[in-house]
Design a protein around this ligand. Structure first.
Ligand SMILES: *[C@@H]1O[C@H](CO)[C@@H](O)[C@H](O)[C@H]1NC(C)=O
Ligand SMILES: *[C@@H]1O[C@H](CO)[C@@H](O)[C@H](O)[C@H]1NC(C)=O
Length: 102
């Protein structure tokens, strides 16, 4: 389940900047906040999205570098989600369902 969540997080990071029917990072943050997610979890998810958005384009053209980045990023995302309070993990999972990401 956590593996799935972290992969979905990556998908979210990519899609958040495409023109899909998904909220902007700011809207998503506001939504997580009103759902009761702690600020530190929101900040951490933001950091992960930012990291992906800023670093993936750099390695994208090099398959081995991209694979390496994805593996590291997935582990990091996975660890972060696991470190979030259980309530926050639930809110996060619900949000992924809501946007049809899982
Ligand atoms: C988010 O990134 C900032 C800057 O790198 C860092 O200071 C902060 O501790 C990070 N927050 C979390 C929750 O990881
Ligand atoms: C691609 O990335 C790998 C691993 O970081 C590196 O060893 C290699 O030199 C890179 N290749 C190119 C063409 O940049």
């Amino acid at each position: 389940m956590f593996k799935q969540l972290s992969i979905v997080l990556v998908v979210f990071a990519v899609m958040a900047h495409a023109t899909m029917n998904l909220p902007s990072q700011e809207e998503y943050n506001a939504e997580m906040k009103s759902a009761g997610m702690s600020q530190s979890s929101i900040d951490g998810l933001n950091n992960l999205s930012q990291k992906f958005v800023s670093q993936y384009p750099v390695v994208q053209s090099n398959k081995s570098a991209a694979d390496k980045f994805m593996a590291e990023y997935t582990t990091e995302a996975q660890n972060f989600v696991k470190s979030m309070p259980v309530e926050d993990q639930k809110i996060y999972a619900e949000s992924l369902k809501k946007y049809g990401l899982i």
